[in-house]
Design a protein around this ligand. Sequence first.
Ligand code: EPU
Length: 447
Amino acid sequence: MDKLVIEGGRPLHGTVPVSGAKNAALPILIATLLAPGEHVIDNVPELVDVSSTLSLLGRIGCPSLVGANPGEDGALAGHRLRLDTQRIAFSEAPYDIVRKMRASVLALGPLLARCGHARISLPGGCAIGVRPIDQHLKGLEALGCRFELVGGYVNGRVDRLVGAEIFLDMPTVTGTENILMAAVLAEGVSVIHNAAREPEIVDLAHFLRGMGARISGEGTSTLTVDGVPALRPSRRPHPILPDRIEAGTYMVAAAITGGDLFVAGARGEDMGAVVESLRKAGAEVTVQADGIRVRRTGPLHPVNIETRPHPGFPTDMQAQWMALMTRSTGRAEITETIFENRFMHAAELMRLGARIQIDGNKAVVEGSERLVGAAVMATDLRASASLVLCGLAAQGLTEVLRLYHLDRGYDRLVEKLRSVGALVGRFGDNAQVRPGMINQGRAQEAG
Ligand code: EPU
């Protein structure tokens, strides 16, 4: 297994491109199940979670082909993907795939809509919380599906999907997506109240509409779907929207290192809360049509944040914000309201010299001048990103172990960081790395 080694203390400068959004790519790839035929999707990020989704689709009987985006020859061009969903052989998401990637649960709605039955392994909890799927099931039941839980699997059946009014208890992101993907093929009108408003849901709605679905209200908390009898693959390739969490991570990288980065492709309209918080913290943030520039020359001010569903401050940026606040000139409070156990990174950040106290769902960070590199352990995707950010700002070497979490969600991280001046590389877990050796590290996973 690989570890990431960073020699910190260097401000990052230059342009870093944003890849396609993981959390839009996963539902969109799975949504292709709804329309038999060949689908073409562009700007697909190169991530382990995308490979897991393609393995899932392969098991279901839908092969895929990955190629470079035509007309783009830069090494960082996104990928074009062709998916053939003509035939569905198995309407199942097995445990060995779901345990690696809980978003596999998104296959439930499309498989029920296409085949009338589906068998999906229950995802169980994960490093950030219990994460039940009761709202997914409740919404699908309202559309006529019946479920039983047997041997760790949800077995679902439906004779006829019929439109319904659904009231979600909380604006769950994948829950909204699952219900939306079934409702597009239901008979009659469905209304999803208290729907999630994340930009990834808007992108999914655009993709579904390209296949002939009738949807309105995406981006608001009321989604209305007028079901159609069948969908067909879109004639035009669908480009996945830029990843706002990846973009936000690089924006924080500029601020934490006292650098100046242009995050190419970042969309200001998707990132209001992060942009505003960075400005309050003293960074100069310029939102342009083609990206966002972040520069910091002065001190970092402490800024409290509280995670909220979109358009609030995203829980997927909470760990990175905590990393940033470890370098502020005062005391910042971070409140996590979405997941019950999403502070696992705090103890690891403290190994780098951060001063953090956790009390329930609140973390208090006392900024300190100095962070010193150490070996730290990644616990989940965004926690890993926070460790990398502190590593970039710390003196000396930081080793981030369990790198596979980062490979799930950050496309070509080492390559991108190196291109803006970071000293960072991948090494085997047992490698003895000393200062000055970082450039010998690999950019990609071995083999
Ligand atoms: N919840 C329930 N019941 C449900 C569904 C959700 O109680 O049926 C609770 C969850 O336990 C959680 C809250 O509702 O406390 C919100 O969870 P949500 O369902 O919105 O999360 P998700 O759909 O499982 C997606 C992203 C996560 C991101 C969250 C919140 C994907 C594939 N995943 O998860 O992304 O943190 O929304 O924005 O879209 C990541 O990328 O690192 C990541 C974890």
